[in-house]
Design a protein around this ligand. Sequence first.
Ligand SMILES: [Zn+2]
Length: 432
Amino acid sequence: MRKYYTLLPALCLITLMTQGQQIKKSEVKRILSTLAADDMQGRETFKPGAEKAAAFLEKEFAAAGLQPLAGDNDFRQSFFQYDTKPVQQELILNGQPVDGRVFVTGVESKISWTQDTQVEIAHINAGDNFDNKVRELKRAPRNTLVWVDNAQAEKFNQFAGGLKQHGGSKQDSTATVVFVLKQDVADDAGKWSVQASQEVTRLPLCNVAGMLTGSGKPDEYVIFSGHYDHIGILTPVEQDSIANGADDDASGVTAVLMLAKYFKKHPPVRSILFVAFTGEEIGGYGSRYFSRQLDPEKIVAMFNIEMIGKESKFGKNSAFITGYERSDFGQILGRNLESSVFHFYPDPYPEQQLFYRSDNATLARLGVPAHTISTTQIDKDTLYHSVNDEMESMDLDNITSIIQAIATSATSIVDGKDTPTRIDKAAVSSRR
Ligand SMILES: [Zn+2]
């Protein structure tokens, strides 16, 4: 079955040696140490440190010879997130004002709806999983009024209370969704009106993205990505308060840049998108915005790279792939590495749900074979999300060999010879 890939060992050795010379450890060190430096202040989204990291990445994308994405003039993919604070919410059912039975998600500052307003109507019924339904409905594409069965009152109040306590919530949706807790089964059949106002603040943020156009299949895309944001400043530990995020995820962004340089020298047949996402640590906002700008059907594969700074539990020259069994992506990568010492393993921590905890999840939900490559020993990594995730703990030789392995393992996909099977959307859609 594998004969297509049975190359002469000597030939492979030469190939690997040539490729080995392409990913330079000194360059890995330069980029990683810049991103993880104290002056980046932990690269927290919306803070000057993240802005500084974005500016650095823009320069590096230009120097690597990438082009902006189609329709863009530069490497910044700018968008907004909205901070909302409820001011007033009033519900009238059959002529009677009703207290505490309404909450609003969305970014409109004023809404005034009645049963005659053109909005979608949805329901959360007694037997529904409340959290899943809310998650799904909050992303509704059109303005929607949701009638919630009174049997869900406890969950409803928890959710509404949470929104109030945190002074509203960060939003990136475009539609307004109003949730109304029914008192009576027939409430939705009668007359109703909702008046609400909220304070809305627009917060700018950006991904950094560039591309190489494929020579033979330019309309098919392969993505290499990592997230440049991190968690900023923490409570000081021994005078240090900066969470440098060297492993999480300066290491992955370094890989993205090194792969950009590599594929510039090895021009691909399919187009390649290189992306450094923002907002991962606060909910995956960058990858969500990014995925909405693309047709998922045209994306052949996503290599998301997250925390490759230290040895994996399988030792040197190894990494793991999240959601390995959900497509044949991992098998293809493995075949391309048959004559190398490097090995990709299935994710050894399925209970940690890592497949859902990084930027691959958004595109995976849309059916794209989108996986995260990582070496984290997440079950015992004491440096994770601490002020000690810094340059000193990085294994530069290992990182360099992982980036080389990713380049080699991706060859048949970027060259249009292999197309990974799609991920089953239905099996992932119900998660965050
Ligand atoms: Zn991360």
